[in-house]
Write a protein that binds this ligand. Structure first.
Ligand code: UD1
Length: 420
């Protein structure tokens, strides 16, 4: 199995270009199943998860042309598609569940295995199912998979108990072709949902209110194809902002939407990191003043993103003083804590709080990626640690970061991929 070897590096210095958002492109690809004509998607990141979604679309009958050199994919879906997603693909990636809404809307029936993906909690799909039920679907849970049927979906009202990103997306994708008006309350407000709705509206859908907690969808008879661009990845942006801070470096991060990383900017500034931005780039300087610790609490957007919590925790281990990190989105998102402690960090977990005493020097060790963002956190910690950090199970990182090694090496990180 391939590994990363990371050595103390930095200060990292130079420019990084951020790729398109993983969490935006996956639902957009799923939504292309609804299109009556070709969809051209631009700004597509070269990622394992995107390849898995391409495989899933092909498995139900779409034709997909992948052109990662130009960050572009083109998807054509015939009128008749299969209503069943294969287990081999779904088990690799939780976002496969996003095919459920579009397949149900298109074929009137869908069988989908229960999804896999990062092991960061129970991650049930009850809210997805509750939403589809409100649109008239009959849901039958079976061992290992779920079946949903609806001759005709009709508009309905859904109140989500938690603003789930995936459930909001699935319900939108089912409701766009439903008969009548649907309203989703306590909807997720993430920018990726806005990007998805803009795509669907270009195809002829009538979705209003995205980016707020109440979304209104007026069903239409059919959708056409379109050309659409994926937004920059705010989690990758946050990861590089933290890379500048943890190495006390100076990075110009380009192809970004600074509004999408406001909570990260605010917390870095609290720590004494200098963050300046214009419309499309962010300059982050970890060398501007001595850094001090702070606390973070993850929340649905526009709160501090759970997907940046592990990386920020790595940063906090390098600052003198105590910090409390409260994880409110996933119940099991501290698996990186044990690995950071192996590198010399001093972090204790109490329920959904991590209590950290920063400032103890980190030392390179053999560590394991337990999930995608935990993997990024270990790389960041490795850049600040004395000696060599050997990171295994790096396929997690490759699922969600495009050209990860190349981007880090270009700004001066001593990181190497080895096979074996
Ligand atoms: C998406 C992102 C993921 C991010 C997460 C939260 C994608 C492909 N992935 O995941 O990177 O970490 O949002 O920002 O976009 N929940 C339920 N029942 C459900 C659905 C969710 O209880 O039916 C719970 C989950 O277990 C979790 C919380 O709600 O505790 C948030 O999950 P959700 O917002 O749905 O995350 P995902 O869409 O899976």
């Amino acid at each position: 199995m391939a590994k990363f070897l990371v050595q103390k590096s930095g200060p990292l210095y130079g420019e990084v270009d951020i790729s398109g958002s993983k969490n935006a492109v996956l639902p957009i690809m799923a939504a292309s199943l609804l299109a009556g004509a070709e969809c051209e998607i631009m700004g597509v990141p070269a990622l394992k998860d995107v390849e898995v979604m391409c495989g899933l679309l092909r498995s139900v009958g779409s034709s997909v042309s992948e052109d990662y050199a130009n960050n572009r994919i083109v998807i054509s879906t015939p009128e008749r598609v299969s209503d069943e997603a294969p287990y081999e693909l779904v088990k690799k990636m939780r976002a496969s569940i996003l095919a459920m809404g579009p397949l149900l809307a298109k074929t009137g029936r869908v069988r989908i295995p229960l999804p896999g993906g990062c092991a960061i909690g129970l991650r049930p799909i009850d809210l997805h199912l509750k939403g589809l039920q409100a649109l008239g679907a009959e849901i039958t849970p079976k061992p290992g998979y779920v079946e949903a049927k609806a001759e005709t979906l009709r508009g309905g009202n859904v109140y989500l108990d938690f603003p789930s990103v995936g459930a909001t997306e699935n319900i939108i994708m089912a409701a766009v072709l439903a008969d009548g008006v649907s309203i989703i309350e306590n909807a997720a407000e993430e920018p990726e949902i806005v990007n998805l709705a803009n795509f669907l509206n270009k195809m002829g859908a009538k979705i209003k209110g995205v980016g707020t907690n109440t979304i209104k969808i007026e069903g239409v008879k059919e959708l056409s194809g379109c050309k659409h661009s994926v937004i920059p990845d705010r989690i990758e942006t946050g990861t590089f902002m933290i890379a500048a801070a943890i190495t006390r470096g100076n990075l110009l991060i380009k192809n970004v939407l600074p509004n999408h990383v406001k909570p990260i900017t605010a917390k870095l500034r609290e720590c004494g990191v200098s963050v300046e931005y214009n419309d499309e780039s962010i300059l982050v300087r970890g060398d501007a003043s001595p850094l001090r610790s702070t606390d973070i609490k993850t929340l649905p957007y526009p709160g501090f993103p759970t997907d940046v919590q592990p990386q920020f925790m790595a940063l906090l281990t390098t600052m003198n003083g105590p910090s409390v990190i409260i994880e409110t989105v996933f119940e099991n998102r501290f698996m990186h804590v044990g690995e950071l402690n192996r590198m010399g960090a001093n972090i204790k977990i109490e329920g959904n709080n991590a209590i950290l005493h920063g400032g103890r020097p980190l030392e390179g060790a053999k560590v394991i990626c337990t999930d995608l963002r935990a993997g990024a956190a270990l790389v960041l910690a490795g850049l600040a640690a004395e000696g060599t950090t050997e990171i295994s199970e790096i396929y997690h990182i490759e699922r969600g970061y495009s050209n990860f090694i190349e981007k880090f090496r270009k700004i001066g990180a001593a990181i190497l991929k080895i096979d074996g």
